[in-house]
Design a protein around this ligand. Structure first.
Ligand code: ADP
Ligand code: MG
Length: 510
């Protein structure tokens, strides 16, 4: 543990020493990244060959990716970590789509209550959105449902197909069947684990007599992959950097040895695999764990699980940073932050939202010094720190009297340490997929000439966090070489969960 108590008193030198030693714990060398990626590859192969490993490498029964020519109208429901989205998607062909969606926040009570209540509420949200205004699809000869839809009329023809995006680990056995393995991201709804998630949702629809049939179950990563393939004409990897983190990629069925001699394996070809990489290295043998991370894990609702996710994703980056800041604030005998004064927000578990780190880094994106001597900064830099100071006062309700420019510099430094490490570790996951699919070699080196390597991403963290993508790319370059990195086209799969579910529903109804 870093010494945050100094018997000799907190001289500027002691302070600098403490900050430096925290900073050192968050560094990752190229060798570290390579070691982590090697372990990642081993765990990939283990998960592909056997069931019941934390990195589950789940076969999704999606045996191809779209090319953009697909058309049709579908409903989609997306249960993510933070929000529930209800969507209506029109696939127009030519990689184009239109989408209407409504977002609802999932309450803490629903996250941890009865699963039936969670799904009933999802259906209620759905009803609010759709039953009041019957859906009208544009004329489209290929559409499954190119007609006015009355969800409440059982005689209105075949039930409307719906794709469910469900962003939690599920062991899928068919496109429309899957058992919930475990909750992640702060969910703990009862009577869900071990149950078929499609059935849970369908029961909720049926109880309300809604004329909707859930035909496809898709993980948000798979949705992201399919959506980017639809809009870009192909895609290697879909990945999420939001509340949690995960990825799905296109694997050769022959490598999915845990499918044994099953019919689907004998058919050969490719299948999308949902990695569940949030659970990488739960034993933490290679992850660069600090005491600040251990505290996050210990106080989480799933200690010792989802280790990788706890280094990477939106749910946790604010909390790791909060732990660093509190250790400085509590330093004795002389506090090293905010003169030892916290606020209710700073004191609260998960009180520091990753979005606030994002705001802070937005003000000042490059560099990472902790500036023990703020006085020596230029006027321009000091005005940036003034802006960060206002963010701290406003967003964390800290008493203005106790926030100095030096405190602002430390907040920025801590945010940048935690977010940079997250971006670097994210690069390991991306590199693993590129190496596993033979698009790259670990450490660089020659790979067959290829065009673009399309990667679809989704999640507020990668969408909004300043430089997350640039920092990720920098480490990716270190891992697979510049030649390959240059070809990697990382792009947002906008509305991936909704469109992906629609694309999956289309496959199911074909
Ligand atoms: P979900 O994972 O439910 O699909 P999001 O992709 O929107 O939802 O991710 C929500 C997570 O992203 C939260 O943990 C939140 O703290 C974080 N977040 C929200 N806004 C930002 C932002 N501007 N910058 C960085 N992180 C953000
Ligand atoms: Mg999401």
């Amino acid at each position: 543990m870093t010494f945050t108590s100094a018997l000799s008193g907190a001289s500027p030198d002691t302070a600098k020493h403490i900050l430096d030693s925290i900073e050192a714990q968050f560094q990752l060398s190229q060798d570290d990244l390579i070691t982590i990626t090697k372990q990642f590859l081993d765990d990939f192969r283990l998960g592909l060959s056997e069931y019941n490993h934390p990195m589950a490498m789940i076969p999704t029964f999606v045996t191809g990716v779209p090319d953009g020519s697909e058309t049709g109208t579908f409903l989609a429901l997306d249960l993510g970590g933070t929000n529930l989205r209800v969507c209506e998607v029109h696939l127009l062909g030519d990689g184009e789509f239109t989408l209407k969606q409504q977002k609802y926040r999932v309450s803490e009570a629903l996250k941890t209550g009865e699963a039936s209540a969670l799904f009933a509420d999802s259906v209620d949200a759905f009803l609010t959105e759709h039953a009041s205004s019957p859906t009208t699809a544009p004329p489209d000869p290929f559409a499954v449902s190119s007609r006015s839809i009355d969800l409440l009329d059982p005689h209105a023809g075949s039930a409307l197909p719906l794709g469910l995006t469900f962003s939690f680990p599920v062991e899928q056995t068919a496109l429309d069947k899957g058992t919930i393995l475990t909750w992640t991201k702060g969910f703990a709804a009862k009577n869900a684990v071990g149950h078929d998630v499609v059935q849970l949702l369908q029961d909720a629809f049926d109880r309300k007599h809604l004329h909707v049939r859930c035909v496809a179950l898709v993980n948000d990563t798979v949705g992201t992959l399919l959506t980017r393939a639809y809009t870009a004409g192909g895609c290697v990897l879909g990945s999420i950097f939001g509340t949690g983190t995960n990825g799905a990629y296109v694997e050769k069925v022959e490598n999915l040895t845990k499918l044994g001699d099953s019919a689907v394996r004998q058919e050969g070809g490719v299948m999308v695999v949902n990695c569940e990489w949030g659970a990488f290295n739960n034993t933490r043998t290679v992850l660069p764990t600090t005491p600040f991370d251990n505290k996050v894990d210990r106080e989480s609702i799933n200690p010792r699980l989802q280790a990788f996710e706890k280094f990477i994703s939106g749910m946790y980056l604010g909390e790791i940073t909060r732990n660093i800041l509190l250790s400085l604030l509590d330093a004795a005998p002389t506090p090293l932050l905010l003169n030892g004064r916290a606020s209710d927000v700073l004191n609260r578990h998960y009180g520091l939202d990753t979005a606030v780190l994002s705001e802070i880094e937005e003000v000042w994106e490059s560099g990472r010094t902790h500036f023990t001597e703020v006085e020596k900064l230029s006027a321009e830099d000091r005005s940036r720190l003034e802006r960060i100071r206002s963010i701290i006062i406003q967003r964390l309700s800290v008493d203005a009297e106790f926030v100095t420019l030096r405190d602002a510099a430390i907040f920025r430094w801590a945010a940048s340490l935690v977010a940079s490490r997250a971006a670097k570790l994210s690069a390991c996951a991306v590199a693993t997929v590129l190496v596993q699919t033979e698009h790259a070699k670990l450490g660089g080196g020659h790979v067959p000439e290829q065009e673009k390597l399309t990667v679809g991403v989704d999640g507020s963290l990668i969408e909004h966090y300043p430089n997350f993508n640039a920092r990720l790319r920098e480490s990716l370059r270190a891992l697979v070489g510049e030649e390959v990195e240059k070809r990697v086209d990382i792009g947002m799969a906008k509305d991936g969960s909704g469109v992906g579910a629609a694309l999956c529903a289309l496959m199911a109804t074909k």
